[in-house]
Write a protein that binds this ligand. Structure first.
Ligand code: AQP
Length: 342
């Protein structure tokens, strides 16, 4: 991997670089899995991948310190459980690589207040956390831009909710390059066609989120009983017809999207297969598909969590390798901006 991430001049067969991060703001939910995590595994064959646990992003919302520390471990174990290979993919914690925050400060000086205030996630999060509208919530997209640009990433696998942030990342990189030359790589989004936006089970016009109340999302560690119970309670509508219409039937459409993403069925097939059946049938079928998907991941997860020493080693190795890559970008950026040489 280290060799694979060398510069193109050193290695003409260099693969495109992928960066993606997930916040340890709770155990991951089904939307994180469908929208992001499961694609991570598919991508590691064809790309040089960096998969980060973005703990600095998570503290834009108050976290319980002991729980946050534990979640970083748990997410690394979950990354491994879905099949990420630390030999091929670089897995590490964001706060272990200081280049993220250094670059974020510099890029913040090339980002306009208006751009940040326009971000949908900023508006959503300030509404949700009215008691703690901190500067980090506003500057979150600058740190995300730094995460991506620090490693000259070409592609960023994201759910549809992060598209706006990625567009801002591109704007910041282009603005920086217009001043200093071709320093930063302008990344492209990689958005899955199905399942890019899985919605809350109880409020299907809002996206599913791991920091929302427990019954609104399916955790990747939920037991089969919990999955069945939550899906049984999922909000639908009174029409009693299984057809996809995200506008007027958001609950049923969300269940159909989950089923499609996990089974490979098309929306048309589901409409045919469930014609004349009640919502109870659809909910049970979705529950069984979820349980079948999660079972092997959960048993792998338990295996990785039982060896803390091995997890520590993976996290430390990942950080050391990420630091050495980040240092190269930071050396160029510092020089271009005119900071005093060290
Ligand atoms: N509901 C979703 N459907 C599809 N993709 C989703 N993602 C998140 N929710 C959905 C994708 O998961 C990746 C990691 O997300 P994150 O944890 O870094 O941040 P987030 O988007 O804010 O996720 P949550 O679960 O909603 O976290 P909280 O509750 O802490 O805000 C991203 O690629 C995201 O698109």
């Amino acid at each position: 991997m280290q060799a694979q991430l060398n510069s193109k001049a050193e290695n003409p067969k260099k693969k495109p670089i992928i960066f993606s991060g997930i916040q340890p703001s709770g155990m991951l939910q089904l939307g994180n899995y469908i929208g992001a995590l499961r694609n991570f595994k598919l991508l590691q064959d064809d790309y040089d991948c960096l998969y980060c646990i973005v703990d600095l992003h998570a503290i834009t919302v108050r976290q319980e310190p002991a729980k946050l520390r534990k979640l970083c471990y748990e997410l690394v174990a979950l990354y491994l459980a879905v099949g990420l290979d630390p030999e091929r993919s670089l897995i590490y914690c964001q706060s272990h690589v200081s280049g993220h925050t250094e670059l974020a400060w510099i890029l913040g000086c090339y980002t306009y207040m208006g751009e940040l205030q326009r971000m949908t996630q900023f508006k959503d999060k300030t509404a949700k956390h009215a008691e703690n509208i901190n500067a980090g919530l506003l500057t979150y997209p600058v740190l995300m831009a730094a995460d991506i640009l620090l490693f000259k990433s070409n592609l960023v696998p994201i759910g549809a909710d992060q598209k706006q942030h990625l567009e801002l990342t591109r704007d910041i990189a282009i603005r920086f390059n217009n001043i200093y030359g071709n320093v930063l790589t302008v990344p492209e989004p990689f958005i899955p066609k199905v399942g890019a936006r899985i919605m809350s089970l109880l409020e299907p016009t809002r996206k599913m989120s791991k920091s929302d109340p427990e019954d609104t999302y399916i955790s990747m560690l939920d037991s089969p009983d919990a999955v069945r119970r939550k899906l049984k309670r999922a909000v639908t509508d009174s029409e009693a017809s299984i057809r996809f219409d995200a506008e007027s039937k958001p609950g049923v459409s969300n269940l159909m999207s989950i089923y499609c993403s996990l089974t490979g069925s098309t929306l048309r097939q589901i409409e045919d297969d469930f014609a004349g059946k009640g919502y109870g049938h659809l909910k049970s079928a979705v529950a069984e598909a979820v349980i079948e998907t999660l079972a092997p991941i959960q048993s792998e997860y338990a295996r990785f969590m039982s060896d803390k020493g091995a997890l520590d080693q993976i996290i430390n190795n990942g950080a050391a390798r990420a630091r050495s890559l980040a240092d190269r970008t930071m050396a160029t950026v510092r020089k271009k901006v005119g900071l005093a040489p060290m």
